[in-house]
Design a protein around this ligand. Sequence first.
Ligand code: GCW
Length: 722
Amino acid sequence: MRVLKGALAAVVSLVVVLAPAHAVEEDGYQLWLRYRPLANAGQAQQAAKAIVYPDKATPTIQAAIDELRRGLQGYTGKAPATGTQVSAGAIVLAKAGQLPQGFAADALADLGREGYLLKSATVQGKRVTVIAANEDIGLLYGAFGLLRALGTGKQLAALDERSTPKLQLRVLNHWDNLDRTVERGYSGQSIWNWWELPAIRERQYVDYARANASLGINGTVLNNVNSKAEILTAPWIAKVAALADVLRPYGIRVYLSARWSTPLELNETKTADPLAPEVAAWWRAKADEIYRAIPDFGGFLVKANSEGQPGPQDYHRTHADGANMLAAALAPHKGIVMWRAFVYAAEKPDDRAKQAYDEFKPLDGKFAPNVLVQVKNGAIDFQPREPFHPLFGAMPGTPLMMEFQITKEYLGFAMHMAYLGPLFEEVLKADTMQRPGGLTVAQVLEGEDHGPGEHGQRPTGMAGVANIGSSRTWSGSHFDQANWYAYGRFAWDPRGSARAFADEWAMQTFSRDRQAVTRIVDMMMRSREAVVDYMTPLGLHHLMDTGHHHGPGPWVDNLGRPDWNPTYYHKADKGGIGFDRTATGSNALAQYAPDVARRWADPRTTPEELLLWFHHLPWDYAMPSGRTLWAELVARYDRGVAEAEGLRMRWQQLKPAIDERRFDEVAQRLDQQVSEAQWWRDASVAYFQSVSGLPLPPGTRAPARTLEQYKAIKFPYAAGHH
Ligand code: GCW
């Protein structure tokens, strides 16, 4: 017996010794909240021996304590004790009025409801780290802030940080359908298991809440903007209420996409005219019903009169009439309406890029105070690159919120590496020049364009179309998690830096080895531009194949609506290529501030990145590089492919620094990205050559297949297409 025990002990200790550093296989589920052991774990343990919290641990404070315990256990190897008495080496959670001695009474004055401060301090002669905030949610954000600081190499003893969100509404938009498919979703099924709700509250919902709270995301629209009437019926409200209960402690409110014609479709009214009293009364009663089940319900997101969705214009009413009617129903409950400006109609012969501005600009100042107009970053549709939307800065009498797309409908789905941080930053930093001295898009979002006295009074916000699904990696690939991360960080601080966010993400997600992190960040920072180059260089846009948007389709010219055809956007012919949006063409330029319009009216002063967005130019147009436009176009496609190959090569160099499973999963995707980049390049070059009739520039490779072969490639079952 004893011998047996001894042998067993030997085996056990052997197993312990041989256990790899990553005892748990890394599959991506833990996102950036992995909390792997710190190099200076012992030191950190001394500074994080206990968690001291206010007498009453509300569910939100409890969430903060739980996260700190989980994180510190991971970082230091030892879970801290918890209690209400200050001790040396404690992390002290304190709200206004409970601040330890030594803190000024007004230390939290400018932190608002959600801000926090982190500070190393001496309290009652004991060294502690203080997390302080005005409200419980600030303490939770502070707890995540502290864990992020540790995870990115900061010492608790040196901590001195204040942080407040610059935007009030930091929202995810799920394009999730009630049957669990996800429009433009590449990460498996919807994480909302609607069928089993409200009875079953999956653990993944809590992890979703944690991940979002770690970034400060405070709202989520649960269902697709292409919405169904059923979502507003009693059984579905009960499902939504169950999710709201799970998310509430994490400061996340739920919102719903409302279908304009809901009461009509449910046969509860005879019309959906926003000015009909029975319609307004129906929505008021519906709002009351929702708030009875979900007292902190956020409000509605609406896609109306866009891509076939019903809306107030069906009754010859305006977007403002529609939005304000819903806003009146929500106002007694402090709910809001996010009304989308993504509208265009095939019946209108005008440039699609102009239509949102044309419809919304005249409505400036006509929206109720609890309405935000939600504007996509560019005037077409989430392309790899677009100039900023001309509505930004042009509606000073209306709160505008940003809509970014985190899911990569037009940037290679979850297959291609394309870190969107640089795209977000480029748009946010863009100067609308709508004010002397400049006015960036970020400033517009922050409400700086509003009239005197109104700044800070109006709602502000940012929305991101989620890339989250039930896939083990959440986002369909490991690197797509970074896009969720960067979105959340930019929503908190629209003036943040894509590089800095990539750096923090990589440190928390992959490795704290400086050299490895630098290499990962380098890959991320190059990746979006690579996609631009091999898909839509020099300001080209919307060249993706029909419907699913996977792969090239620059030849497509047969769709039901002209403005769905790639040929509508590139206008290539024997004479040249590009969309003339100057005064000689659609004059979309006139929608920008005069200083912007003037600069972009001349191809010589238009940034090369936007050249063919605004100009139709001859193939032999002389580019600054000295090449002709045709040669430059081919060179950009080639550069894109070379960059994709570079990403693959750089990842291979990272092999020693990355855990096996994730290394392999990323490597497979990069292989596929290289071949799809080549496909994009070859198909596009073959097509544009057939139009220009020009020989390939000397030294460039001929496409691998014929144009007809590229045209014949079809994807009837592509992901995310409905
Ligand atoms: O880009 C288009 C997408 C549609 C989407 C629409 C929108 C939800 O292809 O799938 O519909 O934008 O933003 O409303």
